[in-house]
Design a protein around this ligand. Structure first.
Ligand code: COA
Length: 348
């Protein structure tokens, strides 16, 4: 319970205590502002130093290439050739280290974030906040997955109203837009999300927007059930599996205390990741081929004489782009992981 002074002398003593406390608070705040200025200065000098190192290393790489070209191997001693190769390896390591350092330094937003948020700094300055933001992103996707699953189930099996479908598509547009913003912020904070996954959400936003404008009619009804069943599978079921895999990766890597530079200490993580991936991949690929099937259905519908809606062709093209991007990027991710794994086993 708070102490409340009664007599005047008690009030006076309380006032003096408060004054002292206020002075201490002012000193702490002054120190805080001083440290903030110090941090800003350090950030600026780190950013400048990284930019300078990058420029010089680029020049040096060019000069090393020149040395190799002007002096073919017989003229360049074996030792010099080895020294050049070592230097090139070290330059590559440094470039990776710069990217990790930059994840903790404020930087200018890209075009998309500048357009959406303006020029506000979105860099989170400690690992804890970065982890919390990524964790929140995964949880946000999970909550929306549940909502979208219930929504698509209702539209598919319980009520068939165009207005309800429109609300569902509107929710999808909002969801994908939000993901693109959150993912751009994650990338600014050092996340290695591939460009395609972000672009895939732009295409999905466009696709849901087109679905929203598709007028009620025979063609709409022809595609409706297939579309809603696909949503149930892809947005509901597969996304839930993806959440399980991604958050599993996140927590395990956090527990290991490192993220991108995997070495022997992460062997257990590697085996968990491969088990997770081999379980997830068949469902992912099935979803990709469903996207292809959607696009073929829409292209066939476009050839019908009664087809007047431009939405049919637009949705067909979008599904085709989604299929190709998702399928080949997933294959690329798995191939790269496999090759990294092989390299690691060779170095053991
Ligand atoms: N969406 C958003 N972020 C993704 C992502 C996706 N589809 N795939 C990977 N990432 C993120 C990871 O979380 C990680 O982020 P971090 O650097 O902040 O920790 C980063 O990208 C690098 O991930 P990477 O190691 O390349 O892959 P992974 O092991 O995390 O995931 C797959 C591999 C194949 C499971 C994943 O890419 C995937 O689910 N792809 C299929 C998506 C799909 O086809 N969707 C269909 C339409 S919904």
């Amino acid at each position: 319970m708070l102490f409340s002074p009664t007599g005047f002398s008690e009030c006076l003593r309380e006032w003096e205590d408060l004054e002292e406390d206020y002075q201490r608070m002012q000193d702490t705040h002054r120190l805080y502002k001083q440290k903030l200025e110090e941090v800003s200065r350090l950030q600026e000098s780190c950013s400048t130093a990284i930019a300078r190192q990058r420029r010089k290393l680029k020049e040096l790489t060019g000069s090393l290439e020149g040395c190799k070209e002007n002096h073919p191997t017989p003229k360049l001693s074996l030792e010099d050739a080895d020294a050049i190769a070592d230097m090139e390896d070290a330059i590559k390591d440094k470039t990776d280290a710069f990217s990790e350092m930059e994840a903790f330094l404020p930087k200018k937003n890209g075009l998309y974030l500048t357009l959406v948020l303006g020029n506000v700094n979105v860099t989170l300055l400690d690992k804890q906040s970065k982890f919390a933001y990524k964790d929140e992103y995964e949880k946000f996707k999970l909550i929306l997955t549940v909502i979208l699953f219930v929504f698509s189930f209702t539209c598919r099996f319980l009520f068939s109203y165009r207005a309800l479908d429109a609300l569902f598509n509107f929710l999808l547009v909002w969801y994908y837009c939000t993901l693109t913003i959150r993912e751009s912020i994650l990338i600014s904070n050092g996340s290695r999300i591939r460009g395609w996954w972000v672009f895939h959400h732009y295409v999905s936003t466009f696709l849901s927007g087109v679905m929203l404008t598709w007028p009620e009619g025979a063609l709409y009804q022809m595609f409706r059930s297939q579309f809603l069943t696909y949503c149930l599978y892809q947005i509901g079921f597969v996304q839930f599996l993806q959440y399980y895999y991604q958050s599993g990766c996140l927590y395990r890597l956090r527990a290991l205390g490192e993220r991108h530079n995997m070495d022997l200490t992460v062997e257990g993580f590697q085996s968990w990741m491969w088990r997770g991936l081999t379980f997830l991949l068949p469902f992912l690929f099935f979803g990709h081929f469903w996207q292809l099937y959607n696009s073929i259905t829409l292209f066939q519908m476009f050839q019908l004489p009664e087809c007047k809606e431009w939405q049919v062709l637009m949705c067909g093209c979008s599904y085709l782009v989604l299929f190709m991007g998702n399928f080949f990027t997933t294959l690329g991710v798995v191939y790269q992981k496999y090759m990294n794994n092989q390299d690691k086993s060779k170095t053991v």
